[in-house]
Design a protein around this ligand. Structure first.
Ligand code: G3P
Length: 215
């Protein structure tokens, strides 16, 4: 399973890249705002800065909601850097735009996906990635992981090449369960990735070995 980091924070992206586990980055307008990135020129520069840190795909989200606007914005984003993936919301014009981008060889990530039907549409239109938000489903008492299971079955039934990019991942068990189900990618906060390192028996075992080494 590929690990993406879900942030626009350059320090965290560098830290994950230095760990050697990073396969890509996802951003969204809320994550950009959290880093204080404002103004079109600064936003575009920030995407390029991210691409220069990592070697994998970097999702950059459009904010238009009409077909022409999504195409205009998406083409400009795709021109920025070969690693850019155009992130498009799961709306009617978004789906049309994903088909257009797919036919032009521009990679896409269909975002704000919360149902198997939405995932099926995104795959039929040729999305490169589909982003089911598992944490936000959990937030409303709906099992986010069972959506990942449903999509895996549907995509495998028909051989869809769209990659399941589990998003809104909140903790390490989300990552482990996504890997068990067979998600292609999990995009996670840095804290969820580093939490995978932790085990009290590792810490106590290491302390014992280091103490014994001095004897
Ligand atoms: O990748 C989507 C993600 O940024 C949303 O996460 O925690 O705001 O639901 P969250």
């Amino acid at each position: 399973m590929k690990f993406f980091i879900d942030t626009a924070n350059l320090e965290q992206i560098k830290e994950a890249q230095d760990m050697g586990v990073l396969d890509g980055v996802t951003t969204n307008p809320s994550l950009m705002a959290k880093e204080g990135i404002k103004g079109q020129d600064n936003i575009l520069k920030h995407y390029v800065d991210i691409c220069n840190i990592v070697t994998g795909d970097v999702s950059a989200e459009v904010i238009s909601t009409d077909f022409d606007g999504i195409i205009r914005e998406g083409e400009a984003l795709a021109e920025l850097h070969p690693q850019i993936v155009v992130k498009v919301p799961m709306i009617k014009d978004g789906i049309k735009a994903i088909k257009y981008f797919s036919e032009k060889g521009i990679k896409t990530n269909c975002t704000l996906v919360f149902s198997a039907g939405q995932d099926l549409l995104a795959a039929k239109e040729g999305a490169t990635y589909v982003s089911p938000f598992i944490g936000r489903l959990d937030d409303v008492s709906t099992d986010g992981l069972s959506l990942i299971e449903d999509i895996r079955i549907i995509y495998d039934n028909y051989g869809y090449e769209t990659q399941i990019l589990a998003a809104s991942v909140r903790h390490p068990m989300h990552i482990i369960d996504c890997a068990k189900i067979g998600a292609d990618v999990a995009t996670c906060p840095l804290s969820a990735i580093t939490a995978l390192l932790k085990h009290p028996l590792t810490d106590s075992g290491l302390a014992t070995f280091l103490a014994d080494a001095k004897k």
